[in-house]
Design a protein around this ligand. Structure first.
Ligand SMILES: *[C@@H]1O[C@H](CO)[C@@H](O)[C@H](O)[C@H]1NC(C)=O
Ligand SMILES: *[C@@H]1O[C@H](CO)[C@@H](O)[C@H](O)[C@H]1NC(C)=O
Ligand SMILES: *[C@@H]1O[C@H](CO)[C@@H](O)[C@H](O)[C@H]1NC(C)=O
Ligand SMILES: *[C@@H]1O[C@H](CO)[C@@H](O)[C@H](O)[C@H]1NC(C)=O
Ligand SMILES: *[C@@H]1O[C@H](CO)[C@@H](O)[C@H](O)[C@H]1NC(C)=O
Ligand SMILES: *[C@@H]1O[C@H](CO)[C@@H](O)[C@H](O)[C@H]1NC(C)=O
Length: 357
């Protein structure tokens, strides 16, 4: 099994009963995902969960608030990513991620708005050494580097906590660009976002029309503005997991994007073009258009790292070209990822996971 996963849980009791923080990370196939959560007893209505902000943010609330405040743009917008120990290793994903900001076209200044949510001590230490805005979710209990959690029935439930966590950021008034850290930031994406959208999301496969709900979104990159519509939408999304038991947040998004609720609340939902917000699933040729590039449709951390290195090399060469050549430059990735994914695809058992990220 190539997949690696780990999780953690911190539990404590308060007057209301049982409270726990959970974090899960699935490396390699699933992009590292972090999740902060509070498990309330089943008898409590969901709305309760969202009202009690302070409880959900739990004991990390204050430090999280400070980190958010420091990193925030004037208009309460942050860039968020998550980090686990495997991806934080030197010469792995996190290094490449930060490097992309450095060599990107005017992306350097965006780094100061980046908040890295670290799932374990090692990732946190490494983050602090490289970046000013790191948040460590306190951990205790479950062995974070355990391989076993991937097969754990709690796995899906924990994945869902990310949605819950992001809903709370929206409730706190923060807009965010959520980005997986295997997404290279090569140009400022803000100039390509739709100004009138509430929720805009990158795609594994984009069919040409940003309003078309048949586009296949990838939860690894989205820009969400904090307002009543997005808060309602995130609550609805989170709650919808009950109607689609066993499904990942991205799969459920693919269900609910068709539902009338979206229109009823007036959510402006848009899908981002893979020409600008690219990925290895649907690689588009021209470098000069690319803002971000996701190592999706890739199996194996090493394949991901190698192709991202090639991508950054392409980019460095591209930046040295004389202006007349810029519009003709093309990408030479995916290479390792393509092979890994094609090979992987033949295994029906695993193809479900491979499509996620
Ligand atoms: C956690 O699990 C990993 C791999 O299963 C093992 O190497 C490590 O020693 C464990 N750590 C703790 C603190 O139990
Ligand atoms: C915040 O400001 C940035 C930079 O001006 C802009 O691109 C972004 O869309 C703004 N965010 C919101 C939520 O308006
Ligand atoms: C959200 O809705 C409430 C009332 O339902 C209103 O008072 C508030 O101003 C709205 N907030 C935003 C950001 O639209
Ligand atoms: C960098 O971005 C600017 C616009 O923001 C553009 O005019 C310029 O061509 C870009 N440079 C490269 C090498 O893409
Ligand atoms: C770019 O591509 C076009 C069409 O393929 C070609 O005609 C043109 O010469 C190329 N420009 C450069 C600078 O290579
Ligand atoms: C991978 O699987 C999907 C769905 O089963 C199929 O549509 C696609 O053609 C396959 N791709 C490759 C390269 O085998």
């Amino acid at each position: 099994m190539i997949c690696k996963s780990s999780g953690l849980e911190v539990q404590d009791h308060d007057e209301k009963g049982y409270k726990s923080w959970c974090v899960v990370r699935i490396g390699v196939v699933f992009v590292g995902v972090i999740v902060a959560c509070m498990v309330l007893s089943n008898s409590e209505p969901m709305s309760y969960v969202f009202i009690r902000n302070s409880r959900i943010m739990g004991m990390n609330r204050n430090t999280l608030d400070i980190v958010l405040k420091r990193a925030s743009m004037k208009n309460k917008t942050v860039i968020l990513t998550t980090l686990n120990d495997a991806w934080a290793e030197p010469n792995s994903i996190f290094d490449l991620f930060l490097e992309s900001f450095r060599i990107g076209n005017k992306t350097k200044r965006l780094v100061k708005h980046l908040v890295v949510i670290c799932m374990d001590k090692k990732a946190y230490k490494r983050c602090l050494a490289l970046h000013p805005h790191c948040h460590h979710l306190r951990t205790k209990g479950i062995n974070f580097s355990s391989e076993a959690l991937f097969m754990n029935p709690d796995y899906l439930q924990m994945m869902w906590r990310r949605i819950e966590f992001l809903a709370h950021l929206l409730e706190k008034g923060y807009s965010f660009v959520f980005t997986d850290s295997d997404i290279m930031w090569l140009q400022n994406p803000f100039k390509r976002f739709y100004p009138d959208a509430d929720f805009q999301i990158a795609c594994d496969y984009f069919w040409g029309n940003s309003y078309d709900v048949d586009n296949l979104p990838n939860g690894g990159f989205n820009y969400v503005k904090s307002n009543n519509r997005t808060i309602q939408f995130y609550k609805f999304w989170y709650k919808s997991r009950e109607r689609y038991p066993g499904l990942h947040d991205q799969d459920v998004l693919n269900k609910i994007k068709h539902e009338p609720f979206i229109k009823e609340i007036g959510l402006q939902l848009r899908f981002l073009d893979t020409a600008y917000f690219g990925g290895f699933c649907q690689p588009r040729e021209l470098i000069n258009l690319i803002c971000t590039m996701h190592a999706n449709c890739c199996v194996g951390l090493q394949n991901k790292v190698r192709d991202l290195q090639i991508l950054l090399d392409d980019w460095r060469r591209f930046m040295l070209l004389n202006p007349t050549m810029l519009s003709n430059a093309t990408l030479s990735v995916p290479q390792y990822c393509r092979t890994s994914f094609e090979h992987h695809n033949t295994s029906k058992e695993n193809s479900k996971t491979a499509h996620k990220k």
